[in-house]
Design a binder for this molecule. Structure first.
Ligand code: UGA
Length: 458
């Protein structure tokens, strides 16, 4: 037990599991990635990453050919191979409410556990409601013979899409939620590659060894804090809009105070993605169950502020296009609006709960003729919102537009030359939903510019 280089499996090869499997192979581990989705596994085994994540393709191919990394759809193979099994499956928002859907977690555990033939550690990474690890331990007890001594642990992850490889290889902290010395030793062994890399780079990776519940809560608390930070600055944007102040100057100024910090204070169209929005809802649902719903009531407000940012773009569109905005919303019939950006953030192809696509839907519902362009998110966007026009290039997208809305801060948009675009559009109006454009340059090129939380400039 406690082998120096345990063999690792990653159950679920979505954004989380695929990145972890590939990066831990890169760190020198023997790794097996599992998914129920055969097409996904075939792609990965063939050297093709099913998601857009900078740097991941190269590491996948390198480690496949080094023979350290394999992929499978067989539970038997997983059970036979692994010393530590990391649960990386999705925990989406349930269709019937705000709580997390744990069916994938349950199915991973109940498929794997009965097949285990030797002592192993099942370590959760997925974002889950507090109490899940205890429940998994019960499931494991029910599905494995006691004499094997299979154990459970929780080790949440904090990777951000777009910089996921870096976040996994060089994490800013590691959390071990454990019940035994053996589990702690196994987790240290399973992360030795991370610590060794840090040593060679003269860095330290702080480790917190704690109980199950704290480990689970660390993850949702961190995401709740990040969401709150974004909604805080977006609430300030609302006040700035009413008071004629500039939220970017405000954010910069408060950010110089190290206690506040200058990160995650970018006002705009708000947060989206597969994590922050559903995590703050699941957290509220869990707190309700625990009888402490009041403690997290503010997260409801965080959610509402975030939703209002999306509506704000529609309102600004109507204003700029000279349309009225009543209680039933604006009538944008006959207007041509180009939305630049579909993904929830740049350097990703992820459109889950994307603010950009949510605005696209709202604009289309108000009657606008909407054209969308995104450098990486087009295929996913098409699956999500069907009845709008998708352009092949930025130039195609803006041609003939009455209004351009930049809703994801891709470099291609930030670097776009407003002078070149001027000749293509029908009306030189731009909404900078991420405050990512150089306002002075756009205004100098004759564009009517609206940012988020800034005074209007014509
Ligand atoms: C988030 C967390 O940042 C990660 O630490 C966590 O591991 C991950 O969720 C997860 O739970 O798996 P991610 O969803 O990749 O990571 O994206 P973020 O970079 O956090 O951005 C979330 C959203 O907030 C994006 O739509 C982004 O545009 C928006 N945002 C971010 C702002 O509107 N303003 C900011 O200042 C920062």
């Amino acid at each position: 037990s406690g082998a120096p280089r345990p063999r690792l499996t990653f159950l679920g090869t979505g954004y989380l599991g695929a990145t972890y499997a590939i990066c831990f192979a890169e760190l020198g581990y023997e790794v097996l990635g599992f998914d129920v989705d055969e097409a996904k596994i075939a792609k990965l085994a063939g050297g093709d990453v099913p998601i857009h994540e900078p740097g991941l393709d190269e590491l996948l191919r390198k480690n496949l050919s080094a023979g350290r990394l394999r992929f499978t759809t067989s539970w038997e193979e997983v059970a036979e191979f692994g010393d530590v099994h990391f649960i990386c499956v999705g925990t989406p928002q349930r269709a019937d409410g705000m709580a997390a859907d744990l069916s994938h977690v349950e199915s991973a555990v109940t498929n794997l556990a009965p097949l285990l033939k030797r002592k192993a550690l099942i370590a959760g990474k997925s974002t889950v409601p507090v109490g899940t690890a205890e429940w998994i331990e019960q499931l494991v007890r029910r599905h494995t013979p006691a004499e094997l001594g299979v154990e459970v642990a929780w080790s949440p992850e904090f990777l951000q899409e777009g910089v996921a490889v870096e976040d996994v290889l060089r994490p800013n902290r590691i959390i071990f939620g454990v019940k035994s010395e053996w589990a702690t030793a196994m987790l240290y062994a399973a992360h030795k590659g991370v610590f060794d890399l840090a040593l060679t780079e003269d860095r330290e990776v702080p480790v917190v060894v704690t109980d199950f519940a704290t480990a689970e809560l660390v993850k949702v608390a961190a995401n709740a804090f990040l969401a709150t930070k974004i909604s805080f600055i977006n609430a300030m944007a609302e006040v700035c809009e009413a008071a004629g102040a500039d939220v970017t100057q405000l954010a910069r100024s408060i950010g110089y105070d190290a206690r506040i910090g200058n990160k995650f204070l970018r006002a705009g169209v708000g947060f989206g993605g597969g994590c922050l929005p559903k995590d703050i809802r699941a957290f509220q649902a869990r707190a309700q169950e625990l009888g402490v719903g009041e403690a997290l009531r503010f997260l409801h407000e965080v959610d509402l502020i975030n939703q209002r940012r999306r509506q704000k773009i529609v309102q600004l569109s109507a204003e700029l296009l000279g349309r009225g905005y009543g209680p039933a919303g604006p009538d944008l019939a006959g207007t041509r609006i180009t939305v630049l950006g579909a993904t929830f953030k740049p350097n990703s192809d992820d459109v889950r709960d994307s603010p950009a696509l949510s605005v696209v839907r709202k604009l289309a519902r108000s009657g606008a003729d909407v054209t969308v362009y995104d450098p990486e998110g087009m295929d996913n966007a098409r699956n999500d919102v069907a009845d709008v026009t998708y352009a092949k290039t930025l130039t195609d997208a803006v041609s003939g537009a009455d209004l351009v809305c930049v809703l994801t801060e891709w470099e291609e948009f930030r670097n776009a030359d407003p002078n070149t675009l001027s000749d293509l559009v029908a009306g030189k109006r731009v909404i900078d939903g991420r405050n990512c454009l150089d306002q002075a340059v756009w205004v100098a090129a004759g564009w009517e510019y609206r940012g988020m939380g800034k005074p209007a400039v014509a």
